[in-house]
Design a protein around this ligand. Structure first.
Ligand code: AMP
Length: 214
């Protein structure tokens, strides 16, 4: 089972991908997470991506396509994967088609998490992640049961993304509407685009997704 999750920053792609990963045993491939790891490691890729990410722009298609192509070849993707944050431009979507054809792999569902843009700034600026296990939280909408302690691993260290500030979020939303939203028409034409109501509660969105995937 191979999926693409679409939706603007803050739609909940990462949260839902983590849940799908657990339930269906298919791996979450987040190009944003891969780039953040590259930035943290100080690799050449990280050096090239850092400023663009901080400004809320998009990293070059060539770099992203090469990165995801080699990642899909790894063993843990054999059972299936969830693309989260890729493709983000029409050239990426076209390159993905060619790449998957070469690898003999098919995408089963492209799912758009449909949300209101206006709500995304509040969602994004309040979010943070457990440094130990990567579980996602929010200052207002998704607090851990005990303040300061991760529900999943008991960790007490948390991080916030450098690009999760109000100014950068607006650039990221613009990039989504200018460069990513047009891909939805591309997948609609191909006939494998589905939508879920992303303004619903997190568990409701998960149920909608399980209904499509299961
Ligand atoms: P995300 O974690 O998906 O919100 O991505 C964070 C940032 O990484 C984006 O704002 C972009 O700068 C960069 N990025 C992630 N995925 C891609 C992609 N597929 N193409 C170009 N840039 C990307």
């Amino acid at each position: 089972m191979n999926l693409i999750l679409m939706g603007p920053p803050g739609a909940g792609k990462g949260t839902q991908a983590q849940r799908l990963e657990k339930k269906f045993g298919i791996i979450q491939l987040s190009t944003g997470d891969m780039l953040r790891a590259a930035v943290a490691s100080g690799s050449d890729l990280g050096k090239q991506a850092k400023e663009i990410m901080e400004a809320g722009g998009l990293v070059s298609d060539d770099l992203i396509i090469a990165m995801i192509s080699s990642r899909i070849d790894e063993d843990d993707c054999k059972n299936g994967f969830i693309l989260d944050g890729f493709p983000r431009t029409t050239p990426q979507a076209e390159a993905l088609d060619v790449m998957l054809k070469d690898k003999g792999i098919q995408i089963d569902h492209v799912i758009e998490i449909e949300v209101d843009d206006d709500a995304m700034v509040a969602r994004i600026t309040g979010r943070y992640t457990c440094s130990g296990c990567g579980a996602g939280y929010h200052d207002e909408f998704q607090k851990p049961a005990t303040e300061g302690v991760c529900d999943q691993c008991g960790g007490t260290e948390f991080t916030r993304r450098a690009d999760d500030n109000a100014e950068t979020v607006r650039s990221r939303l613009d990039a989504y509407h200018d460069q990513t939203a047009p891909i939805l028409a591309y997948y609609k034409e191909k006939g494998n685009l589905k939508g879920v109501e992303g303004m619903a509660a997190i568990d409701d969105v998960t149920e909608q997704l399980n209904g499509i995937v299961g």
